[in-house]
Design a protein around this ligand. Structure first.
Ligand code: 5GP
Ligand code: ZN
Length: 114
């Protein structure tokens, strides 16, 4: 989508600090980190949010979770634990309408979330 911030980041039109990339997804550090490690994993195909996931495009979401699990091990926080968050829509406080999963690690998380 031409006017989507994360589509522009995926295309390299806006610079980002890459964590990982393959044919289906792109992972990059959040510009405003909320934990010592905070990166986002996004599908390369534009979809608005979890609410746009269907049986047809669900495989990319499963792939993203496999990537997150692998990166957690490789980056050294898999054993300590971490949090994966996806904000959806207005009440969910989603600010960028391209599906993304926040991966937060490196501190003890609190519950309930704000
Ligand atoms: P949301 O609020 O939609 O769940 O998450 C969007 C995230 O994107 C926020 O955590 C915000 O800091 C991050 N973000 C917004 N603009 C940019 C940007 O230009 N570059 C990077 N790396 N992150 C961004
Ligand atoms: Zn997009």
């Amino acid at each position: 989508m031409s006017d989507c911030l994360f589509c522009k980041i995926i295309a390299g039109e806006i610079p980002s600090k890459k964590v990982y990339e393959d044919d289906l997804c792109y992972a990059f550090y959040d510009i405003n980190p909320q934990a010592p490690t905070h990166f986002l994993v996004v599908p390369k195909e534009h979809m608005q949010s979890v609410s746009a996931v269907t049986d047809g495009n669900a495989p990319v979401v499963g792939h993203i979770f496999a990537v997150i699990a692998r990166l957690a091990g490789e980056l050294g926080f898999g054993e300590a634990g971490y949090r994966v968050v996806s904000n959806i829509g207005e009440a969910g406080q989603q600010t960028v309408p391209h599906l993304h999963f926040h991966v937060l690690a490196g501190r003890d998380m609190t519950w309930p979330p704000g």
